[in-house]
Design a binder for this molecule. Sequence first.
Ligand SMILES: NC(=O)c1ccc[n+]([C@@H]2O[C@H](COP(=O)([O-])OP(=O)(O)OC[C@H]3O[C@@H](n4cnc5c(N)ncnc54)[C@H](OP(=O)(O)O)[C@@H]3O)[C@@H](O)[C@H]2O)c1
Length: 362
Amino acid sequence: MNPESPTGVSRPLYRELHLREVLWWGTTWGQKPTQLIFGPECCDDLIFAMAGGTGALGKTFVERFAQEPDIKLVILSRGEQKASQGSIHHVKIDYDNVQSMTTELERYNVQTIISTIGLISEETSQSQLNLIEAAEHATTTKRFIPSEYSFIQTPDLLSIDPSIQYWLHAADRLKASSLQYTRVIPGFFMDYWGMPHARTHLQPFKFGIDIAGAKALIPGSGNDTICMTYTYDLAEYMIHLLKLEEWPEFSIFVGDETTYNEMLEIAKEVQMIKAGRTWLIAYDSIEMIDSGHVTVPDMPDSTMSQKELEEMTALVSRLTVNGVFDLPKENRMSDRFPQVRPMKVKEFLGQCWGPRSETKLL
Ligand SMILES: NC(=O)c1ccc[n+]([C@@H]2O[C@H](COP(=O)([O-])OP(=O)(O)OC[C@H]3O[C@@H](n4cnc5c(N)ncnc54)[C@H](OP(=O)(O)O)[C@@H]3O)[C@@H](O)[C@H]2O)c1
């Protein structure tokens, strides 16, 4: 038997028949067909469910996944069910009802769940824990990627950021389950320094370097390493990650590494066109950061209160000066996919803020 194909047919023929099956399922996809060319086992690995696929990061993943002809995506959402679009199906779920979620996962033959739930509260954390439980019960579901997409969160960091408990609870729950899982770690998202020019779904926020306002309000010495990845590059990496059979506990992706001081120099350089611009540059001391009285960049359009902006700035400054964005260099998952050429900070800032930056460039 051909090891690549459960039926023993050659790989190209298997792929062609698989695609025929996808076409044959057509608009009734998700409702159990009366007859399958192949059993469900031959396309399991191509059916993903995305919890939170309506959110900022989720939408980015959905956009990229929709370009893959051999991926079918089920978006799990609390919102009203929408009509299917091509290979993307929307399913309304109740995160409080584990049994009903299990039923939906089995009905759609979901093998892998990618969670991009915005983990900001006990409620959102519990939703993800319930989804993990549903996945464990579902006979079709074998793999789970929890919502994380940040730095490596460990218990020793709880004193800096108590909300890390939500990520740790999910990791502990997955560890105790029979599910295969990996925690995706892309560092900081590069998108923040390209707003409003960069193509992104992330909510606007200014961290450290405010290029539009020519202000650098830098935490600490400005020499802490920050590993960062553009969200669309992470989406690209996710395609490759999802097709791997084995996953490590942490899948680290790094698009580029920089520091605030380096970024400031690049920002000044790419903005040579606006020569004569005077930058305001200030460094928040460790004492200021520890006390929470940090310098907050101007964000007049933010929906957050000034207090919330200060808390968020102080939190991210504390994390930065504690080195959490300096991700391990060994065994990075991004090194396994050299065919992906991620955006570098210089290129990104050049495209967003250079001479051609009057229009949206990315
Ligand atoms: N490293 C970085 O720089 C960085 C930056 C931003 C985000 N992130 C990470 O990326 C992940 C996704 O963040 P995001 O900003 O994309 O999230 P988001 O837009 O705030 O939320 C994503 C989705 O979560 C769902 N959701 C909200 N409350 C829920 C609840 N109680 N139960 C279940 N689902 C709920 C919503 O979907 P429905 O309403 O459709 O159910 C929402 O669209 C998070 O883990 C975040 O930490 C990392």
